[in-house]
Design a protein. Structure first.
Length: 181
């Protein structure tokens, strides 16, 4: 649907911005293990479909992903680009992602994937949330962790943490917990 009036264009842009923030909040929730935030991004009747690994209702997904992430000492989910189509209170989106997962020592591995999230959204009570989030894997790479790389590159930088001790909670006082759109 192409807007024909400036007010419609502004509404569409605001909707797409809200959807982009929802997608970004998902990455933050996953990487900081903020499962309350993660749950807040979905409507109560939403489904998450991670293929053969998991497919089911949102509350079961949050429990599953908490367990699945416990095997990694670090993750980073980068939403590279998104396309959204909005029709009233319904929207669909495709988000290209690069995902990083690091297992702990002594046999530390890095798993890097390229995937896409194929999403359906609804605005209810003025709030956009996921109603369906599904993942499509496009490519994957696994390699041993190079500990020297972590010591050499940006070694003096503060290291991120997969929980509320991450520096973002202390340094970004306006959003220790990002709020759903």
């Amino acid at each position: 649907m192409t807007p024909t009036h400036p007010d419609e264009t502004l509404r569409m842009l605001a909707d797409k911005q809200a959807l982009g923030e929802l997608v970004a909040a998902y990455s933050r929730a996953i990487d900081r293990r903020d499962f309350a935030l993660l749950r807040s991004l979905y409507h109560d009747d939403a489904i998450d479909d991670h293929g053969a690994m998991f497919c089911g209702p949102v509350d079961a997904y949050v429990a599953w992903v908490a367990d699945a992430l416990s095997q990694f000492e670090a993750t980073a989910h980068y939403a590279v680009q998104s396309l959204f189509v909005v029709e009233g209170d319904h929207a669909e989106g495709e988000t290209y992602k690069i995902n990083y997962h690091r297992t702990p020592a002594p046999d530390a591995r890095e798993i890097i994937t390229g995937s896409r999230s194929l999403d359906r959204f609804e605005r209810r009570g003025g709030v956009w949330r996921f109603t369906l989030r599904s993942v499509t894997l496009d490519w994957s790479e696994t390699r041993p962790v190079d500990p020297a790389a972590y010591a050499q590159f940006a070694a003096q930088s503060v290291h991120g943490r997969p929980d509320a001790s991450d520096p973002s909670y202390a340094r970004l006082r306006l959003f220790p917990r990002f709020q759903a759109c």
